[in-house]
Design a protein around this ligand. Structure first.
Ligand SMILES: [Zn+2]
Length: 56
């Protein structure tokens, strides 16, 4: 089932889509690196992201 996640950074409306949570997290990390200059996602944001992933 396809899944989606809105960026966990406050104020950012970027949306990631993928088929698995792992896929979405990988794309979110790429986005965070490019858009937010965050080469590493802090563990608390990763947890928040996992919790926020929804089925679409
Ligand atoms: Zn973002």
């Amino acid at each position: 089932m396809p899944k989606a996640l809105t960026c966990v950074k406050e104020g950012c409306t970027f949306e990631v889509q993928g088929s698995t949570v792992e896929d979405i997290l990988a794309k979110l990390k790429m986005h965070a690196m490019i858009a937010h200059q965050m080469p590493q996602l802090p563990p608390d944001l990763v947890e928040k992201a996992k919790a926020d992933v929804r089925d679409v």
